[in-house]
Design a protein around this ligand. Structure first.
Ligand code: ARG
Length: 460
C-alpha cells in the first residue's frame, strides 16, 4: 500500500505508476534527503513533538540506511515513487512503527525543496573550484605569454596587434564574473524551506532555525507558499551555468580556429585530439567542438525549467518534479566540460612565430599610423582618411605600411618624419597601449596581479 493510500479505493495504474515515479533520477538526492530527515528528527525530539528516544531511534535508522545506500545494498522501488518515500518506507520496515513519526510536521513539498537546495550547494562549490582551476591555468599561461604577439580581430578580420596573454586574460575576466554569479546564487540558495509543510506551514511548534543551523544554512524561508514553490535558486544556477558554458564555448571556438591549418597558432596535444576513421592525416579538435556543442544542452536545461515554472499557480505543482533532471544534466555537463578544458589548454602548444607573423600582416598598425598623425596635430578624422588612402595604395601594390619610403610618406603629408617607422612597429604598437585594460605587457602583468586578488575574494 502507498504511504498516501488511505483515501484511495483502487491502486494506481501500472502505466501511471511508471509515469509519475521519480525515483529513477531523484535517488541521486539520497544523501541530502537523509541529512534533512536526520536534522528534522533531531529537532522533533528537542522540541518535544516526539520523545528524545524516538528521535534517536529515527536518526540511527536513517544513518544505517545512508550507509547501506552508499554501500550499494539498497534497491529502490518504483512503486514507492520518489527518494523521500523510498527512504521513509525503508525506515519503517527496519525500525517499526516509530518510523511513521518521521514525517510529522513535514511534507514532501518542503522536503524536496530542501534536498535540491542542499544538492546544489555542494555542486556549486564543486563547480566553483573547477572554475578556479581553469582561471589559475589561464593566469599561468598569460604570465608565460606576455610577449607572445598576435593579431587581435574584429569581425574575424585582423584589427590590431595584441598579445596572447591579453587575449587569454579576457577569458579570465569572464570566468571571474562566472564565479561571482555562482557565489551570488549560493547566497540566496542557502536557506531552509523546512517548516513550510505542504504549503501552509504547520501547527507543530517546529524549530526551523535549529534545522537550518544543523544543515549549515544561513536562515529560513519567510513564506510557506514561496518556500515550497520557489525554484529561483535552480534557475539562477542554470542561468549562471548557461553563461559559463557560453564562455567555454567561445574559448573552444577560438581553439578550433587557431588549431586549423589556416591559422596554425596552436597545436592541441594528441591527448586532447582525435583522428578520422577514413582520412589518415586528420587530427581533429573534437574535445573543443564537443564542449561547444554541449553548450546547447545547458541552455536547454534553463529553457526547460523556465518553461515549467512560468504558468504554475501557487504553491507546489507536480510539474516541478521536472526540475531535477535539468539541474542534474546541467551540473554534469558543466563539470565535465570544465574538467576537460583546463588540461586541454594547459597542454596545447603555442606557435609563437606564426602568431607574431600573423600580427604583422593585414595593416594591423594602420590605427597607429593615424594616431601618429593625430599626435602631431592632424585632426583624427583627416588622419584616418589619409591613412585609408595609404592602405589602399599599399594593398594594391602588395606592400605593408612599413615598406613605403619616408619621401613617399612626405609627399602625402609634410607631418611625417623618420620616427613614423618606429611608431608603426608591431611591438611598439602593443607596448604603447599602456592604458588600464590595454595589451602592453606591463599593463597585462598588473591585470594578472589584480585578477589574482579578485579570485581570492571570490573564493570566500
Ligand atoms: N517527487 C516529487 C518532486 O520531485 C516530490 C514532491 C511530491 N509532492 C507531491 N505533493 N506529490 O517534486
Amino acid at each position: 500500500m502507498k504511504l498516501w493510500g488511505g483515501r484511495f479505493e483502487k491502486s494506481t495504474e501500472g502505466l501511471v505508476e511508471d509515469f509519475h515515479s521519480s525515483i529513477r533520477f531523484d535517488q541521486r538526492l539520497y544523501k541530502q534527503d537523509i541529512q534533512g530527515s536526520i536534522a528534522h528528527a533531531r529537532m522533533l525530539g528537542s522540541v518535544g513533538v516526539i520523545s528524545e528516544a524516538e528521535a534517536n531511534h529515527l536518526i540511527k535508522g536513517l544513518t544505517e540506511i545512508l550507509a547501506d545506500i552508499q554501500a550499494g545494498k539498497i534497491e529502490f522501488e518504483i512503486g514507492a515513487e520518489d527518494i523521500h518515500m523510498n527512504v521513509e518506507k525503508l525506515l519503517t520496515e527496519r525500525i517499526g512503527p516509530v518510523g511513521k513519526k518521521l514525517h510529522t510536521g513535514r511534507s514532501r513539498n518542503d522536503q524536496v525543496a530542501l534536498d535540491l537546495r542542499l544538492f546544489l550547494k555542494t555542486e556549486i562549490d564543486q563547480t566553483k573550484s573547477l572554475v578556479e582551476q581553469l582561471i589559475q591555468t589561464l593566469l599561468y599561461l598569460s604570465e608565460e605569454h606576455l610577449e607572445t604577439w598576435m593579431p587581435g580581430y574584429t569581425h574575424l578580420q585582423k584589427a590590431q596587434p595584441i598579445t596572447l596573454a591579453h587575449h587569454l586574460m579576457a577569458y579570465v575576466q569572464m570566468f571571474l564574473r562566472d564565479l561571482g554569479r555562482l557565489k551570488d546564487t549560493l547566497k540566496r540558495l542557502n536557506i531552509s524551506p523546512l517548516g513550510s509543510g505542504a504549503m501552509a506551514g504547520t501547527t507543530f511548534p517546529l524549530d526551523r532555525e535549529q534545522v537550518a543551523l544543523e544543515l549549515g544554512l544561513d536562515g529560513v524561508t519567510l513564506n510557506s507558499l514561496d518556500g515550497v514553490s520557489d525554484r529561483d535558486f535552480a534557475l539562477e544556477f542554470l542561468a549562471s551555468a548557461s553563461i559559463l558554458m557560453m564562455h567555454l564555448s567561445r574559448l573552444c571556438e577560438e581553439l578550433v580556429l587557431w588549431s586549423s591549418g589556416e591559422f596554425q597558432f596552436i597545436s592541441m596535444d594528441d591527448g586532447y585530439s582525435t583522428g578520422s576513421s577514413i582520412m589518415p592525416q586528420k587530427k581533429n579538435p573534437d574535445v573543443a567542438e564537443l564542449v561547444r556543442g554541449k553548450t546547447g544542452r545547458v541552455y536547454g536545461d534553463l529553457m526547460a525549467l523556465l518553461t515549467v515554472m512560468k504558468g504554475l499557480p501557487l504553491a507546489y505543482n507536480k510539474d516541478m518534479q521536472e526540475d531535477k533532471e535539468q539541474v542534474f544534466d546541467a551540473v554534469d555537463t558543466i563539470q565535465k566540460c570544465l574538467l576537460v578544458v583546463e588540461p586541454m589548454l594547459r597542454t596545447m602548444q603555442v606557435h609563437r612565430d606564426t602568431m607574431a607573423f600573423g600580427a604583422k600582416g593585414g595593416f594591423t598598425n594602420a590605427t597607429d599610423l593615424a594616431d601618429y598623425l593625430a599626435k602631431k596635430g592632424v585632426p583624427f578624422r583627416e588622419a584616418h582618411e589619409l591613412v585609408g588612402r595609404i592602405v589602399l595604395h599599399c594593398s594594391k601594390n602588395g606592400m605593408g605600411l612599413e615598406d613605403l619610403s619616408l619621401s613617399d610618406y612626405q609627399k602625402l603629408s609634410p607631418v611625417f618624419e623618420e620616427d613614423l617607422f618606429s611608431s608603426i612597429g608591431i611591438e611598439f604598437c602593443v607596448r604603447a597601449r599602456k592604458i588600464t585594460g590595454g595589451p602592453s605587457p606591463e599593463t597585462v602583468s598588473k591585470g594578472i596581479k589584480m585578477s589574482r586578488m579578485l579570485l581570492e575574494n571570490l573564493l570566500w
